[in-house]
Design a protein around this ligand. Structure first.
Ligand code: DGL
Length: 264
């Protein structure tokens, strides 16, 4: 069991932020990544559709014999996690609980949450935060333009700053001291968000918190790979060209071994 790979899936390229954090913390683990690039985005789709896509993506990775499933996509984590946990015997981890655990370190208990429409409409982040901090005041807003801006390579562009200022105006007025980056792409906007919000607001990177949780679960359950394999393999459901190009910016390295597959 311990020698098996960790399976990570996302709607597309964004989950590479989670992949990157896991690879950095657990270099000896073998990692399989699936990006459902033929059906991206998930963030604008209905709950039923995202649940079906997530199940098919998870089935593909489970068939590869992974020892754990990481749902890197915030939208899929928000709506599909209970179904996946019921369906599969292995540990299934999403990005919402780890993000919420960090967010509750807020000092003034005024917490902002940003994500896709699907993630925000699900209300899962507020639910997870309130479970740990019942009197938290939570301010949520979808930021649908952030995903295309990041994929265009404009995360640090003036357009991204203006867009962020517009989206976050209400949260600034609400004096949040913590902002949950509830979407795979948002860690790349960290610097832009910091410029708009100032240094006093803690930015919670769900990708980083998820990787910490994976490492903790592995240590607790003795799931660490003692062989130090460190193999990485990427699967996509559409031609790999765009995934390889955009993914380079997410990972900071070339993506080798990207294979197109059919799922569902
Ligand atoms: N991966 C998605 C998420 O984290 C963003 C892209 C999409 O809408 O599919 O919610």
């Amino acid at each position: 069991m311990r020698y098996r790979a960790i399976g990570i899936f996302d709607s597309g390229v964004g989950g590479l932020t989670v992949f990157k954090e896991i690879a950095a913390r657990m270099p000896g683990e073998n990692l399989l990544y699936l990006g459902d690039t033929a059906r991206v985005p998930y963030g604008t789709k209905s709950v039923e559709t995202v649940q079906r896509y997530a199940l098919e993506a998870a089935e593909f990775l489970v068939d590869q014999g992974v020892k754990m499933l990481v749902v890197a996509c915030n939208t899929a984590s928000a709506v599909a996690l209970p179904g996946l946990r019921k369906r599969f015997q292995l540990p299934v981890l999403g990005v919402i609980e780890p993000g919420a655990c960090k967010a509750v370190h807020s000092r003034n208990r005024r917490i902002g949450v940003i994500g896709t429409e699907g993630t925000i409409n699900s209300g899962r982040y507020p639910e997870a935060i309130r479970k740990l901090l019942p009197d938290a005041q939570i301010f949520s807003t979808p930021c649908p333009l952030f995903v295309p801006l990041v994929e265009e390579g404009w995360a640090d562009h003036e357009i991204a700053r203006l867009t962020a200022a517009e989206y976050l105006q209400g949260m600034i007025e609400a004096r949040i001291d913590t902002l949950v980056l509830g979407c795979t792409h948002y860690p790349l906007l960290r610097e832009t968000l910091r410029q708009v919000l100032g240094d006093g607001v803690m930015l919670v990177d769900s990708a980083e918190e998820t990787a910490k949780s994976v490492a903790r679960i592995f240590a607790e359950e003795g799931l660490e790979n003692p062989q130090h394999g460190g193999e990485r393999h990427f699967f996509v459901t559409d031609v790999p060209t765009r995934f390889e190009r955009v993914g380079r910016a997410f990972l900071g390295t070339e993506l080798n071994r990207v294979q197109q597959v059919q799922i569902g």
